[in-house]
Design a protein around this ligand. Sequence first.
Ligand SMILES: NC(=O)c1ccc[n+]([C@@H]2O[C@H](COP(=O)([O-])OP(=O)(O)OC[C@H]3O[C@@H](n4cnc5c(N)ncnc54)[C@H](O)[C@@H]3O)[C@@H](O)[C@H]2O)c1
Length: 304
Amino acid sequence: MKVLITGHAGFIGKHLTKKLINNGHTVRGLDNYSASKKLELKGLKEIEGDIKNPKDIEKAVKGCDTIFHLAAQSSVPKSTEDIDKDFQTNTTGTLNILKTASKHNIEVINASTSTVYGKPNKTPTPETEPLKPISPYGASKASAEMYCQALHNTHNINVKTLRLFNVYGPHNKKGVMWDFFNKLNKNPNKLKILGTGKQEKDYIYIDDAINAFTKIWKKGKPGQTYNVGTGQTLTVNQIAKKITQIMDINPEYTYTGGKSWKGDVEKTQADTTKLRQINWKPQTTPTKGLEKTYRWWKKQKNHP
Ligand SMILES: NC(=O)c1ccc[n+]([C@@H]2O[C@H](COP(=O)([O-])OP(=O)(O)OC[C@H]3O[C@@H](n4cnc5c(N)ncnc54)[C@H](O)[C@@H]3O)[C@@H](O)[C@H]2O)c1
């Protein structure tokens, strides 16, 4: 198949690009490199462009069967600082992708987020839970999802959405693990934890998330949305403990207290029934996943 990956140079995009090339697909990437650098991989055609500009999408998508749409403003804190940019990238950008896909009859695999649930009524949270985002990022991604659903209905677009929970692993240069590795590298005796440390989230290792992309692409139903998490949770304190064990250090913990940042969700946990029904299950335990992530982090030069 010939596929276009938007945001191919970002954390998840990089892994998906490698996987699809390895599986024999012809892969193009569209990225404005606002949060990444060119991958320069063999077998990949990289196009520099912006999803806010329909002409850039039109150019990139020629002859493709599928668009994996990952390009986004992906940070909750940044979404509160620049609401307009977040909306234009995540909502208008997705609408541009959908309109181009409709024109050329191309299927779309849309990367959304568990952040759309906000503070859910129940955990584990099923896909049927109402969307009540509590950050601009959650709102822009929820709106993007709504357009996917609406245009599936009115324009017959074959679109499948992944609601990704917290994805972690090599090449992720944001989030709690990246923060802890860097802080402990600077000072192995102290670890300052944002918030209370009791925040509890569903962390999914990158390889398991990438398997969900390919499963949903091949076996998912058009117009459907799938939670992509493990169904298990870790608190920030548990992550700190595992990381300090892996690094073989014993720091003193301090806490900023309150919320980690504006718009953060305190607890996420996926109900993964729907994803498991298409034969997906996670393969990587948190300990194994964190060990692999740490090994990658250690190999990086110039730690911040
Ligand atoms: N990483 C996670 O834990 C997680 C969780 C839930 C959802 N998601 C979603 O998965 C997708 C990928 O996430 P990620 O962690 O790889 O993010 P990332 O920020 O690492 O990658 C996003 C990529 O999109 C590119 N981009 C940004 N704005 C663009 C624009 N206007 N035009 C073209 N390219 C643009 C960036 O340069 C970057 O390469 C996003 O849609 C994100 O919302 C990620």
